[in-house]
Design a protein around this ligand. Sequence first.
Ligand code: ATP
Ligand code: MG
Length: 180
Amino acid sequence: MYLKSLTLRGFKSFASTTTLRFEPGITCVVGPNGSGKSNIVDALAWVMGEQGAKSLRGGKMEDVIFAGTASRPPLGRAEVVVTIDNSDGALPIEYSEVTLSRIMFRNGGSEYAINGRPCRLLDIQELLSDSGIGREMHVIVGQGQLEEVLHATPEERRGFIEEAAGVLKHRKRKEKALRK
Ligand code: ATP
Ligand code: MG
């Protein structure tokens, strides 16, 4: 499994449609400060189901929508599409290529799709949660996050391990069921 491409449309500083293509292996993104490198990582987290505005380095979810510049008016929607190579079947779905998309409108509405078929956010989160790229996003190591892991409480550390082992989803479901 590897990322094949990422398309941003109205997401943060990427007002125009921008597509990045990746090969298997390591990809480095280089550029001056403020040029949008971290925004690319935010887009990846967002399309994979991230729901925390803070994790996306914003104050509110709407902050992912292009807010305009001196020469360009704000946009009404943000869209990100990611294509994942699944020829090794790491994702539990019968496709060798999986496309996930997420759209958010300024009025708060959202749309999600898997391979072009409309779905719920939960469907995307569940599809990914068994593959080691779940919604807790421990595959994205942000600045200062390494320190967070080193200083984690035993409880938090258990969470990291449970997510890696793919049991977090089941524990969350169990907790939800017990609350009812
Ligand atoms: P550094 O090297 O400093 O980490 P970077 O390349 O990671 O920089 P980013 O943090 O990705 O830079 O991009 C920051 C830029 O994105 C800022 O100029 C900011 O104004 C712009 N930006 C963030 N959100 C939006 C938005 N909603 N609309 C328009 N521009 C945005
Ligand atoms: Mg950055």
